[in-house]
Design a protein around this ligand. Structure first.
Ligand code: SF4
Length: 221
């Protein structure tokens, strides 16, 4: 096996052994997008709590757009980073209200939709990619902290930049498997390839992992 084949094999094992359906995202793409914003840098449980608060208090886009950032921040406090997220949500509400963003997004290429989304202050590449993957069926692997860590440790790329990590994964994973790959890498990163004390000795892909060879002494025995 050459190196690309080894890494493909490692990713296939992760995909097969760590299936995950992902966090619950509603059918409505606009409120789903808000859910993605709320989920940044917090647990699924806290993001869901903030989302429920938001939907109960501001059930329509008009009400959201009319709310102040301060009001929104108070409501979404469980999700953390509430001031920044509140202003992002308000900007998205205006985008939806004035330009029917989510309807427009389905009428253009996902790349165009992504480009507009990342131009909104507070919306990063990962948030835009999750929206495009879930609601526009875009063949992208959003790069979160787990996806980046697993990719770097396996040795898929030496650069931690968003684009480098994503490019490395896309080169190895066919379009129709990328969504599952994203979800499986997150589960694998949470359960096995954890930030601290990864479970390398029992990891099912340690035979293909650069980190294992370089950092776990008995791996070379
Ligand atoms: S061997 Fe260790 S570092 Fe490598 S993928 Fe497995 S858990 Fe992560």
């Amino acid at each position: 096996m050459n190196r690309a084949q080894e890494l493909s094999e490692a990713l296939s094992i992760i995909r097969e052994k760590f299936p995950w359906e992902g966090p619950r995202l509603g059918k409505d793409p606009f409120f789903g997008l808000l859910g993605v914003v709320l989920s940044q840098h917090t647990s699924d449980r806290m993001a869901e709590a903030a989302e429920k608060n938001l939907e109960a208090k501001y059930p329509s886009i008009e009400k959201l757009a009319a709310a102040s950032c301060e009001e929104l921040a108070r409501i979404i406090r469980p999700a953390g980073m509430q001031n920044q997220k509140a202003c992002t949500i308000q900007r998205l509400a205006w985008l939806e209200l004035q330009r029917s963003f989510t309807t427009w997004a389905r009428s253009v290429s996902w790349q165009d939709a992504r480009a507009l989304l990342v131009s909104v202050g507070g919306v990063g590449e990962k948030t835009a990619d999750v929206f495009c993957m879930v609601y526009l069926d875009a063949p992208v692997v959003p790069v979160d902290v787990h996806v980046r860590r697993v990719s770097m440790r396996l040795g898929m790329t030496s650069s931690p930049s968003y684009a480098s990590v994503q490019r490395a994964i896309h080169a190895l994973v066919p379009s129709d498997l990328r969504k599952q790959m994203h979800l499986s890498m997150i589960r694998f990163g949470r359960e096995i390839c954890t930030s601290r004390a990864p479970k390398c000795s029992t990891c099912p892909v340690n035979a293909y992992c650069d980190y294992y060879v370089q950092n776990v002494p008995h791996s070379q025995a």
